[in-house]
Design a protein around this ligand. Sequence first.
Ligand SMILES: Cc1ncc(COP(=O)(O)O)c(C=O)c1O
Length: 483
Amino acid sequence: MSHEPLRNDAGLLDAYLTNLETRPTPMTVPGHKRLAGLLDDGLGIVVDRDIQLYGGLDTVKLTNDTLGHAERRMAEYYGADWCRFSVGGSTHANQALCLALGQPGDTIIVNRSLHRSMLIGFVLAGLNPVWLPTEIDDASGLPMGVSLESVTAAINAHPDAVAVALVEPGYLGTTSEVKAIIDLVHAHGLRVVVDQAWGAHFGLHPDLPAHAMALGADALVTSVHKLLVGYTQASILVANTDVLDVDRLERGFEATSTTSPAGSILASIDGSRALVEQRGEELMEHTLGLVRRARQRLGEDVPGIGLPDEHSVPGGRFDPTRFIIQLPQIGADGVQIEKQLMNDGISFELVDRDTLLAMVTIADTQESVDTLLDALIPALHAGRGEPRRLPAALSWRVSPTTATSPREAFFAPHERVSADQAVGRVSAELIAPYPPGVPVLAPGEVITKVLLDGLREAAADGVRIAYAADPTLATFEVVAKER
Ligand SMILES: Cc1ncc(COP(=O)(O)O)c(C=O)c1O
């Protein structure tokens, strides 16, 4: 079937392609002359499609308002009145949002399973988090977001909070009861913002969860480069300015943005919007079919394997495209399976000993999914072992003891001590097994023996311990004792 070229409905994509099709002579920086190939073929391949926004997709003075127009189209798509395109990922969008929410010293109520980018946003903005614990489904070991009860308790205990921030869906595709929580928070007169980095496809098909703006959120962040076809780092921040202050949003966004945005990233965001407006439901129907068939084949060929889906997860609170493969039931080791499959050029989004997460998306085909399963099924048979119980990963089990705000600890004098000496001390650093990049230790939190053992166990299971000053976990950066 032929489709209308997306550039006809996406001004930034059209501007990008038009620039490529012409031979402008920009007397500006060498990387924008599209002549790097004269210096080296390889460098040319990387650089000669790099078209900047200023003087590339638009005039240097932005007289055509191409970006503004595309951002307004996106805001409209989300039923919102404000949107900015970010070339710094949802990391930037989250941090810009944090800068728009309150004053230094204000309280924000937030999932403990937030991404590190938002936590660093609190450091920048001086917001003090009150944590909502992650609910865990005992049957599947999956994190299920946060409960209505915990949100109610947090609001009652902190009525002065400036907002509630949610992460929906979580990394494994599960969600809280998002609509009920948003309604509850609004009933208390507070604002709700949602990090929906992994939900750019939400709302595109009746079998998918609705996106957070449709459920009443006041702002949403999503990574277009995750579940749509954005260039790496493509992300958006969307908001309703009858609730959030537009000047603060603009200032927070600009303060943390590059002044030289890459046109390829911006064009891919606009093109992705046009793509899903034109064919969103059809593409998701295709994706859902691929995942459902993959689960069926894997379940039949590898009896006993864990394959959570929207029917098994409590309340159906699950992104049905998320192809999660749980291994404890068949005693296989995810890290070993990953090593084997890497030899065939196959990689996963998330791997730990107990879980493989394969992203099956609108850019997959039956052939790509078959390639995965043809390699995976024999590896699973060969890797079968003694069944284990289904534990929840450390990232979802953290119950922190807070000594100071993240910002105070971040800027405090610190020192490096051995792991044993670190127990009982206040962390100056953020540590997160990656993926999912959820901090299990944040600046300002007390390092406990339970946490240290959990981190060591994750490392021994082959999980990368990210952002730690010493990833071997032999030493930790702690807040220095007052002398
Ligand atoms: C929930 C969540 N928020 C934000 C981010 C940051 O996104 P980006 O990589 O686009 O900066 C991630 C990245 O994995 C994430 O999982």
